[in-house]
Design a protein around this ligand. Structure first.
Ligand code: PGA
Length: 235
């Protein structure tokens, strides 16, 4: 199976900046696809108001089967009277395949708990969206306990050690592999990915290991050239 390469733009970029990003990304990625060298399933997670823009682009793009769209968060509630929240049913028809939930920035700045994250996971699954659950090592067991084990096979678990996020330095690959094993025993068949300063200089260390089934990328996803370089490391 192709590894996941997920761009998390966080609260960056506006409508026209996304246009610029997409045109560089599309040009370069089409070449990789034409050479039959694309080794990733790409997921782009824009700020929610710009999801529609990506959806319109995706409908016209030749890259369509290779690129999916994700959101960076989802409401823990169904559709209804929850002002300001974006529910699963709100996203219907926009071909949203993934939702990041429980990112450390949500847990820190928005005080989200593992219980909130479990509710969001339920909403994702009810709306046919794959949740990408972010956990640091200390959250693995508690987060797994709050989710019905029947659902593990539908999850992507992103191991994100907080002290490496946005620092430019990724965690040592042997430590990452040890935590991947812990995640595997807690979450059964889930897909396991790594996030924390993944960039074109360090991605190849992780690519060699089947245990790391993809990457959640923040900083290195903001510049389209740098993001495309992540895909070129094995070319
Ligand atoms: P980073 O962000 O790649 O800038 O470390 C990763 C993340 O926050 O998901």
């Amino acid at each position: 199976m192709r590894k996941l390469l997920i761009a998390n733009w966080k609260s960056n970029k506006n409508y026209s900046q996304i246009d610029t990003w997409l045109s560089t990304f599309e040009k370069e990625t089409e070449v990789i696809v034409a050479l039959d060298k694309l080794e990733f399933q790409i997921v782009i997670c824009p700020p929610t108001p710009l999801v529609m823009h990506l959806h319109e682009w995706q409908k016209k793009s030749l890259l369509f089967p290779h690129v999916s769209i994700g959101v960076q968060d989802i409401s823990p509630f169904p559709a209804g009277s929850y002002t300001g929240a974006v529910s699963g049913p709100n996203l219907e028809g926009l071909d949203i395949r993934y939702a990041i939930v429980g990112h450390s920035e949500r847990r820190k700045y928005f005080k989200e708990t593992s219980k909130d994250v479990a509710l969001k996971v339920n909403q994702c699954i009810e709306n046919s969206i794959t949740p990408i659950i972010c956990v640091d090592r200390k959250e693995i067991a508690a987060q797994a306990d709050l989710i019905d084990p029947e659902k593990y096979k539908h999850l992507v678990i992103a191991y994100e050690p907080i002290e490496y996020i946005g620092t430019g330095m990724s965690q040592d690959v042997t430590e990452v592999l040890a935590v991947c094993r812990e995640i595997r025993s807690a979450f059964g068949e889930a897909i396991i990915i790594y996030g924390g300063s993944v960039n074109p200089d360090n991605i190849d260390e992780f690519l060699e290991h089947d245990e790391v089934e993809g990457f959640l990328v923040g900083t290195a996803s903001l510049d389209p050239e740098e993001f495309v370089d992540l895909m070129k490391t094995k070319m």
